[in-house]
Design a protein around this ligand. Structure first.
Ligand SMILES: [Fe+2]
Length: 226
């Protein structure tokens, strides 16, 4: 037996400790984050802990762009040369991971929403949207699984509570189409789509829009089956 093996062996009189559930969870999170291999006794627990809850889908609605606009980057407050200064500016960021918690690097996140007057860039909405508002944007998930947009806090229109439409694609596969809601907005309880969600699904796609130095900030973590 080598000196190293001898040092790592359990000392006489010490039993192998039973895993404390809190410490176990912490070890899993830290271990997974650091990409470390887990000890054999952790394996069954990992199999459970790694199955995340899938972000619920919602209808696409009638206003997904007929044609993807020329300016389709992640900054919806600048459309071509025009700047959009209406509404409340928001940094919307988050992560896209698979059911194992693995970053979905290279996936595309798309968002689309109406301007502050409740209009989409879509022929079905009469071409009334403000040309300075980009209304649709897309970005690619980075190697850490992160994405970020600059947009506005969504507003209510007709009978709908404020929401941002979100779609996730990987290559040509559409992995998720959903809608993101504003936590605490009084319109949520009256919205026919939001009301249909169970409590867990509401919690998954309804997030706080908190204050930031330059407007608001919202974080939407997304879990998809890849
Ligand atoms: Fe909508």
């Amino acid at each position: 037996m080598s000196a190293g093996a001898r040092n790592s062996a359990p000392r006489a009189g010490f039993e192998t400790p039973m895993p404390n559930p809190i410490l176990l969870r912490r070890a899993l999170i830290l271990g997974t984050a650091a990409g470390l291999a887990a000890p054999a006794w952790l394996s069954p627990a990992i199999a459970q802990a790694r199955t995340l809850r899938r972000t619920p889908g919602q209808t696409e609605g009638p206003f997904y762009p007929v044609e993807i606009p020329a300016d389709n980057d992640a900054d919806l407050l600048r459309n071509g040369q025009a700047r959009y200064a209406k509404g409340q500016a928001v940094w919307l960021d988050g992560t896209v991971v698979d059911l194992d918690g693995k970053a979905l690097t290279g996936a595309t996140v798309e968002i689309w929403q109406c301007d502050v007057n409740g209009h989409y860039h879509h022929p079905g909405d009469g071409g009334k949207a403000d040309p300075a508002f980009q209304g649709f944007g897309r970005t690619v998930v980075d190697r850490d699984g992160r994405y970020r947009f600059r947009t506005i806090r969504p507003v209510q229109y007709s009978s709908r509570t404020p929401h941002i439409h979100v779609k996730v694609k990987l290559d040509t596969a559409e992995l998720l189409t959903t809608q993101l809601y504003v936590q605490g907005d009084p319109g949520n309880q009256r919205d026919f789509l939001w009301r249909r969600l169970n409590e867990a699904d509401r919690a998954a796609i309804t997030v706080p829009f908190g204050t930031a130095a330059d407007g608001l900030k919202a974080t939407f973590p997304i879990v998809v089956q890849a």
